[in-house]
Design a protein around this ligand. Structure first.
Ligand code: ASP
Length: 329
């Protein structure tokens, strides 16, 4: 099933019993009378609401936003059916699953891992980098050794389903293949504000499928795939990481919110900038999208093109929304 038809199927058969909502006016999430909404969780892609529900459960029980985002995205990492994150993620061109992840909290701390192999929960390794070391990012073999030292188990992350998909791609490989496609972007980026007004964010991915071995995307790059500044808000990304890295979209969104833009306005600004700065570089019909959250609990989302959706938990409800987008085709 193609990603697009699979997503329609997920829409039609969602088991979580929560209402589906479609493109909404951008101000639907603006707070009324300057009031503050807490807690709030927003995450990329409405493929499965369990990550949001996990984060919400933690926040509703008085937990903090850092635990909420870490535990929330771990649900996606553990899910073998999610082929863009953690276990079951589609491999690179050599059939090897390599993972990227980053995390930031309200204290301004950041941790990240890149090109990590055979460790199922990169987000928790990123959190340990943040909490246990003076560094921000560990990569490759060093990141794995660090994880093993903290008791993580080495395991095979390539599921049979992902291996079959890779074999099929190898069989149909052509000269036109360039590692950039418009499908298979299900990176989960999650942003949350807790009852105390503290904001954290997490981003985790197996990156672009069939990428060149060694390729690292935007997800572990602080400011590209994720950025949190507790004075202002947070932003996170999904899509072709190269376009996002060139414009440091998440950092840009937080800075625009600092200047007074709403999360929605800031996401739209960042998508327009991304399109402008990538126009002479990337010709394929790529996808990239941002989500954002501010101190008041207001949120925003915007994509380059149609097809991006996201999940929001607030006021005890978890709903999926179809994002607005820039390029109308
Ligand atoms: N942003 C991710 C990357 O480029 C891909 C995705 O969003 O699924 O690695």
């Amino acid at each position: 099933m193609s990603l697009i038809s699979r997503r329609k199927f997920v829409y039609a058969s969602t088991l979580l019993g929560v209402g589906l909502k479609f493109i909404s006016p951008s101000n639907i999430f603006a707070s009324k009378n300057n009031s503050v909404i807490r807690p709030v969780v927003i995450s990329t892609w409405d493929r499965d609401r369990k990550p949001n529900l996990k984060a919400w459960e933690i926040l509703a029980n008085g937990g903090n936003s850092l635990d909420a985002v870490e535990q929330g995205v771990r649900v996606a990492e553990d899910d073998p059916e999610n082929n863009s994150v953690g276990y079951g993620g589609l491999p690179d061109e050599n059939g090897i699953v390599t993972l990227d992840a980053s995390i930031m909290d309200w204290k301004g701390r950041a941790g990240a891992v890149a090109f990590l192999q055979n460790i199922k929960n990169p987000i928790s390794v990123a959190r340990l980098v943040m909490e246990k070391t003076k560094h921000v990012m560990l990569a490759g073999e060093g990141a794995k050794r660090f994880a093993l030292a903290y008791g993580f188990k080495e395991e095979n992350l390539l599921t049979e389903k992902s291996r079959q998909a890779w074999i099929k791609w190898k069989e149909s490989l052509s000269k036109e293949d360039n590692w950039i496609g418009n499908e298979s972007h299900d990176t989960i980026t999650m942003l949350a504000i807790d009852k105390d007004g503290n904001i954290s964010g997490a981003c985790t991915t197996s990156g672009l499928r069939w990428k060149i071995h060694g390729r690292v995307g935007d997800s572990p790059i602080i400011g590209a795939g994720l950025y949190v500044d507790n004075d202002v808000g947070a932003a996170g990304a999904t899509g072709v990481g190269e376009t996002i890295m060139r414009t440091l979209g998440s950092f840009l969104i937080v800075e625009k919110m600092r200047e007074g833009m709403s999360p929605q306005e800031a996401c739209e600004f960042a998508v327009k900038r991304l399109i402008e700065k990538n126009k002479n570089i990337i010709k394929e019909p790529y996808q990239a999208a941002f989500i954002a959250l501010n101190k008041k609990g207001e949120i925003g989302a915007y994509a380059v093109r149609d097809g991006f959706d996201y999940v929001v938990s607030m006021n005890g409800e978890t709903n999926g929304y179809k994002s607005k987008f820039e390029i109308k085709e």
